[in-house]
Design a protein around this ligand. Structure first.
Ligand SMILES: [Zn+2]
Length: 377
């Protein structure tokens, strides 16, 4: 197949007009086959969401095979071709079941977005910044427990959130590194010095920057300042239009540069569902439009109800250039998860996972390994 006439994402140049060739499920340098005219369309790599909890009524923490499959199917239909779903603060047995479910899914699933990792957003968080997480299951940093999660997941755990002011945090970071897990600072009260020490020890990310951490102020720069001062650190950002003011989205891209920003959805099970009340980690959340809050606590955001494609589009609406938004939603997360050698850009040889958007950035079609899996060309 030859895709012609589209504006094609290039990580170095932004967008270029060039033909794409698909052969055997991969992007090729040339080839025969049907010619598809994509004049006026944007062609971007399939996105990777490394921090979302659920969608279409399902949550990763339910640890049900059917639920995880439904999530993978929905995400793929939205152009999110790689997923790294996030658990939350629950008991160890439950989280072990979540990890095992992920490993089973990876081994058996034959359709939907590709599961490329597991993100443990909990239980190693602090009480004061637990946000919507369940306080009953918060746990001090425990590398042994993380190792047990990693064993249950068959090596799929790629990310863990850490409140680095808790005792034992530095030892935990060393243990996580030995287990091949990237440590992301979040749900934390850490000040600048504490966060800097964690980054010096090997932490490499910040979990949903600004949310569930101290504010960035002129004498107390906190995690935000520490992340900024450590060039190798990337920051997650929820750009659903609820969690972060558009001005702050613009500021983060300017401060960190697009190469260090990871757009995430942090989406809940209510994503792709009507307004209502939904279960959430032993609590309940209330959803109105794009806003999801803990039931009875309308000021406590529980996560988002926008998928990553919608968040990327919001970022562009807020003034982020499309190429930068794609870098933050496709390139950077694939790099963090160690899969950029085969997905995350449209280079020859990579999987033909791509999303085709019309002039308004509405999704026209999704290709996964060269097959049209949603919409039409
Ligand atoms: Zn989350």
């Amino acid at each position: 197949m030859r895709l012609t006439g589209g504006r094609v994402f290039d990580p170095e140049k932004g967008f270029v007009c060039k033909d794409l060739f698909v052969s055997g499920g991969r992007l090729a340098a040339g080839g025969e086959g049907p010619i598809v005219d994509l004049k006026g369309a944007w062609v971007i790599p399939g996105l990777t969401d490394l921090h979302f909890h659920g969608c279409v009524g399902e949550d990763f923490s339910d640890a049900t095979p059917d639920g995880l499959q439904k999530m993978a199917d929905y995400e793929l239909s939205r152009g999110v071709t790689q997923i790294c779903p996030a658990g939350m603060t629950l008991g160890e047995d439950t989280l072990i079941a979540v990890c095992k479910n992920a490993a089973d899914h990876k081994a058996k699933s034959t359709h939907g977005a590709e599961l490329v990792g597991v993100n443990m957003e909990g239980p190693f968080l602090c009480m004061a910044k637990k946000g919507a997480q369940n306080a009953a299951f918060l746990h001090a940093p425990d590398a042994g427990m993380l190792h047990r999660f990693q064993q249950a997941a068959g090596g799929l755990v790629k990310l863990v959130t850490l409140a680095c002011e808790e005792p034992g945090a530095i030892e935990f970071i060393k243990g996580a590194l030995a287990d091949g897990v990237t440590v992301s600072l979040g749900h934390t009260t850490a000040d600048y010095d504490t966060a800097s020490a964690a980054y010096d020890a090997g932490a490499r990310q910040a979990t949903h920057l600004f949310n569930a951490m101290p504010a960035f102020t002129h004498r107390e720069p906190g995690v935000v300042g520490a992340a900024l001062d450590h060039e190798e650190v990337r920051v997650e950002l929820i750009s659903d239009g609820v969690h972060i003011h558009p001005s702050v989205v613009r500021a983060v891209f300017k401060m960190f540069g697009a190469d260090r920003v990871i757009l995430i959805s942090d989406s809940l099970r209510a994503t792709g569902m009507p307004d209502g009340v939904y279960p959430f980690g032993g609590q309940e959340i209330e959803v109105h439009g794009v806003r999801a809050t803990i039931l009875g606590h309308p000021e406590t955001l529980a996560g988002s109800v926008s998928d990553l494609m919608a968040c990327m589009k919001s970022a562009v609406r807020f003034g982020i250039p499309l190429a930068d938004a794609v870098t933050a939603a496709a390139v950077n997360p694939a790099k963090v998860l160690g899969v950029y050698d085969r997905v995350g850009s449209l280079d020859v040889g990579k999987d033909a996972n791509l999303a085709i958007l019309d002039e308004n950035l509405d999704l026209k079609a999704v290709l996964f390994r060269g097959q049209v899996v949603s919409g039409s060309l």
